[in-house]
Design a protein around this ligand. Structure first.
Ligand SMILES: Cc1cc2nc3c(=O)[nH]c(=O)nc-3n(C[C@H](O)[C@H](O)[C@H](O)COP(=O)(O)O)c2cc1C
Length: 309
């Protein structure tokens, strides 16, 4: 039986619902030796900023039970080097690209979105309003992430939407009581989708040295440990949103991805697990197709939000 895996995420056509989580797949090329990355529904690139960023000093990545803590601090090559050195490879391969962006103010996000559209650098924009690992007075006003304040989510979303015709997805933080509020704020401000979730704040201390495990002290927890939290947030948001959701958080297999789709995600992203199994996202695509065949579902869209409670 032929299965349709194609989905439309707020105007972005993906040939299957599987992308990779920003920051876990660099700019794609490194993974192309493990599988043909053009088979992905989309490649989501590492957060891009206007200036290159070196990120935080190590140790900035540690394993935890069923996951990892990272405090990379948005290390990236910057928009110029991305467009010049990274983009041609992705375009030659025919990849669909989600350009994840990060800035210090709405104007910077707008500028990044404008450049990505003008230079064919992405097919959709994902605005990272939720990175926990940057100490920046303007971003972390009073210690808060943009995505923790619904009115700021709306302000940033409006600025980005005014700057581009590309679909705009807003990436939100789980470090909040009710995910529905910022998600609705993004929707009302014109977002074409939301990406849920970024990492959960966490930390570790080495009791022998009495020193923090991460130099940054605090980092973001990802991996299977956060999957139930992420799934519940996707389910909560899906009940209230008209716009599509890209679900992520601990997805390692097609069975994990199916949970997010059944909870209401239109697309899913494989994140940290690509570090353990570089072709994990490809296996998820194959597994979703096999699932549909096994359950005699001709179109994966029939399964979005189809949990039977
Ligand atoms: C090492 C690392 C770097 C990350 N960098 C970014 C980033 O640059 N931008 C972003 O929006 N999210 C970033 N994330 C968050 C992931 O995209 C994803 O939201 C999160 O890890 C949950 O998915 P997972 O549990 O499958 O890893 C990063 C995560 C990890 C583990």
């Amino acid at each position: 039986m032929g299965v349709n895996l194609q989905v439309n995420v707020g105007g972005l056509i993906m040939k299957n619902p599987v992308t990779v989580a920003s920051g876990t797949f660099a700019y794609g090329q490194e993974y192309d030796q493990y599988f043909d990355i053009a088979q992905l529904g989309a490649v989501t690139v590492k957060s891009l900023s206007i200036q290159p960023r070196a990120g935080n000093r190590p140790p900035r990545l540690v394993e935890t039970p069923a996951g990892m803590l990272n405090a990379i601090g948005l290390q990236n090559v910057g928009i110029d080097a991305y467009l010049r050195d990274k983009l041609p490879y992705l375009r030659e391969k025919g990849c669909t690209i989600i350009g994840n962006i990060y800035g210090h103010a709405p104007e910077e996000y707008a500028e990044l979105a404008r450049r990505l559209e003008a230079e064919n650098g992405a097919d959709a924009i994902e605005a990272n309003l939720s990175c926990p690992n940057v100490h920046d007075a303007r971003t972390v006003r009073g210690g808060a992430l943009v995505a923790q304040a619904p009115e700021r989510v709306a302000e940033y979303t409006r600025a980005i939407k005014a700057a581009t015709k590309l679909p705009v997805f807003v990436k939100l933080t789980p470090n909040i009581i009710d995910i529905v509020e910022p998600a609705l704020a993004a929707q009302e401000a014109g977002a074409d989708g939301v990406a849920l979730i970024n990492t959960l704040l966490g930390m570790g201390i080495n009791p022998e040295t009495r020193r923090p495990i991460l130099r940054n002290i605090v980092g973001g927890l990802s991996g299977p440990a956060i999957r139930p939290v992420a799934l519940k947030m996707v389910w909560d948001a899906a009940k209230h949103l008209r716009i599509p959701i890209i679900g992520m958080g601990g997805i390692c297999s097609a069975a994990d991805a199916m949970q997010f789709i059944l909870a209401g995600a239109t697309a899913v992203a494989v994140g940290s697990y690509s570090f353990r199994q570089p072709d994990a996202a490809l296996r998820v695509i194959q597994g979703l197709e096999a699932y549909c065949q096994r359950h005699q579902v001709e179109d994966i869209r029939q399964l979005i939000g189809a949990m039977e409670a």
